[in-house]
Ligand binder design. Structure first.
Ligand code: FE
Length: 332
């Protein structure tokens, strides 16, 4: 009798407990906590699925995934630049995901042709210029930054940064190696000063009068303008009459040894959906990868542009070639 009572109490207690989430998801992220935590919190609130995560630079995260192999606790890798996503796939740490939702939400050029990673936000790497010394009508293409009129007036970020390796890789894909090498050599001849360690310092140099034009990722421009709305610089969308502006992505892939694969795929699909796309893009002033979703008003204010729709995976497959080319061209 006493046993029956205890069993009944137990039953009642169990039935009043909240439904336990079947799965948790473990994320390794090269995007920093401030950018991803709001997404994780929103997803957990909506679905009850807890998300554990660690953040680090993309290189160490990839090394960690490789070293852990089949024992990795990670279900999902989030990182920036198609070059990095491509490398993670090549190193075998990402699994194929065949998802109708992801194929519908993410344009083909912003995801791996073999479905191992998916772009979730878009950043354009475009021309920035001094509004004090340059008229936009003087600008046209990336290639034209090598014209002699820009001698001593061009600033570039270091060629060691993957963003520039991706930019040059995509130019190789579009223009061929010989033409791209000519362009990069002409850029180097126009440099006002040694390449900068980051895009922000480059824009500050333009604002300060050290140079007049440069190439940067749009969200760095957005950040600088938020802090200094009066900074005398503006964005220009090059190559609008031909291939379009070079774009890159931040994105994610489910790991090859995910312990919660199904839950990770669901989360990835959610990240590409209307609910999450603005959360993913807006915090870093990027463009949603899903073309049905509008960018944040402050990003939309930079104007519409035609983007290059070559598959961003080329940034990876041609990266080694790009690095060698930049070296030959004397681009430090
Ligand atoms: Fe960046």
């Amino acid at each position: 009798m006493r046993f029956l009572k205890q069993a009944m109490v137990l039953l009642i207690v169990m039935s009043t407990l909240p439904v336990m989430a079947a799965d948790e998801i473990v994320v390794y992220s090269a995007r920093n906590e401030q950018l991803i935590k709001p997404l994780f919190d929103a997803y957990t609130a909506e679905t009850g699925t807890p998300i554990k995560f660690i953040t680090d630079k993309e290189g160490p995260l990839l090394e960690k995934l490789k070293a852990e192999g089949a024992n990795t606790p990670a279900d999902l890798l989030i990182t920036v630049d198609a070059g990095n996503l491509w490398l993670a796939a090549k190193e075998g740490v990402l699994a194929q995901v065949n998802s109708k939702a992801l194929k519908t939400n993410i344009p083909a050029h912003l995801r791996d042709p073999d479905n191992r990673w998916f772009g979730l936000s878009v950043r354009a790497r475009t021309i920035v210029y001094s509004t004090a010394r340059v008229k936009p009508s003087q600008l046209s293409t990336y290639e034209a930054l090598g014209d002699t009129k820009w001698k001593g007036r061009l600033c570039l970020r270091t060629s060691k940064k993957v963003y520039n390796q991706s930019l040059v890789a995509m130019m190789i894909a579009r223009l061929g190696e010989a033409k791209t090498e000519k362009v990069v050599t002409s850029w180097v001849a126009n440099l006002a000063t040694d390449p900068f360690p980051d895009d922000t310092k480059l824009m500050e140099a333009i604002a300060a009068g050290q140079c007049d034009v440069g190439i940067v990722n749009t969200y760095y421009y957005g950040r600088l303008k938020q802090k200094q709305p009066e900074a005398p610089i503006a964005l220009f969308w090059p190559n609008q009459k031909d291939r379009g502006v070079h774009v890159n992505v931040s994105g994610a892939g489910v790991t090859a040894h995910a312990k919660h694969r199904e839950a990770a795929v669901k989360f990835l699909e959610w990240l590409s959906s209307k609910k999450a796309q603005n959360l993913f893009a807006d915090e870093n002033l990027e463009y949603p990868a899903n073309p049905k979703i509008k960018p944040h008003a402050s990003v939309a204010a930079w104007g519409k542009f035609k983007q290059d729709t070559i598959n961003v995976s080329k940034a990876g497959s041609l990266q080694a070639q790009a690095v060698m080319l930049m070296d030959r061209a004397g681009y430090k």
